[in-house]
Write a protein that binds this ligand. Structure first.
Ligand SMILES: [Zn+2]
Length: 125
């Protein structure tokens, strides 16, 4: 339902945001917009009162997916670099560096989002 008039065609819905409140004005009604981020799993929020836009939190399953993909890529990249040590004219270190970069980026992204999602591990005394 489009409750608020807008000049943008990519407003999808009006949403309460599941208990979410605007960080600028505290309002709790949002429009959902097409995400601006290149990699996004949910539509962005736009406050119905002040127009403040912010991205939806990355779902936990997506963060875990990044970690599940990133850690093996990181290890494969490290393995390729280490095992190609001393070899000349080999593409293995270059490929390893690429895998390492992609894996480390995915691991960093997944881990950061998982920590931001508020998962806490409680250690009892
Ligand atoms: Zn607001």
């Amino acid at each position: 339902m489009k409750k608020h008039s807008t000049d943008s065609d990519d407003v999808f819905d009006n949403d309460t945001g599941g208990g979410l409140t605007c960080s600028k004005c505290g309002h709790d009604q949002f429009d959902r917009l097409a995400p601006k981020a290149v990699v996004a799993f949910a539509r962005d929020y736009r406050c119905c009162r002040c127009g403040h836009c912010f991205p939806a939190a990355t779902p936990i399953w997506a963060s875990l997916l990044f970690l599940l993909g990133g850690v093996p890529l990181t290890l494969a990249g490290l393995f390729a670099i280490i095992s190609a040590r001393g070899e000349r004219a080999s593409l293995a270190p270059l490929i390893g560096a690429g895998l390492l970069f992609m894996g480390a980026t995915a691991t960093w992204h997944g881990g950061k989002n998982l920590l931001k999602s508020g998962i806490t591990i409680e250690i009892e005394d």
